[in-house]
Design a protein. Structure first.
Length: 115
């Protein structure tokens, strides 16, 4: 999660979820550029947005075999449910403006950069 610059937990902020949700890639990584959206001309944190991503079960996160293999023959069911359940909880956070939520989905476009 990237929080807005000068984050104030008493204020409400719009949220952009980056969703991939399939087993081919992990979106939650501790690496430079991972929180950047190549389709947004600006800096989401500086512009007052919360930008976040969630890895559902089945993603190649280092969480073990059971985490990775549970979606066998369940793609499109469990992973979507995981994302929906997480979003439902996040929308309860007091600093999230639940009337201003956006979802951006793509094939890991936020991580790849061309020069």
């Amino acid at each position: 999660m990237v929080k807005p610059a000068n984050f104030d937990s008493t204020k409400k902020y719009p949220v952009l979820f980056y969703v991939y949700g399939e087993p081919a890639a992990q979106t939650v990584l501790d690496s430079y550029g991972n929180g950047m959206n190549g389709l947004y001309a600006g800096n989401m944190g500086t512009d007052g947005y919360i930008y976040m991503s969630l890895d559902n079960r089945g993603s190649p996160a280092p969480k073990g075999r059971a985490w990775r293999k549970v979606i066998y023959r369940q793609i499109g069911r469990l992973n979507i449910r995981d994302q929906a359940m997480a979003a439902t909880e996040i929308l309860k956070w007091p600093f999230v403006d639940s009337s201003r939520i956006a979802v951006w989905a793509g094939a890991v476009a936020g991580r790849a950069r061309s020069t």
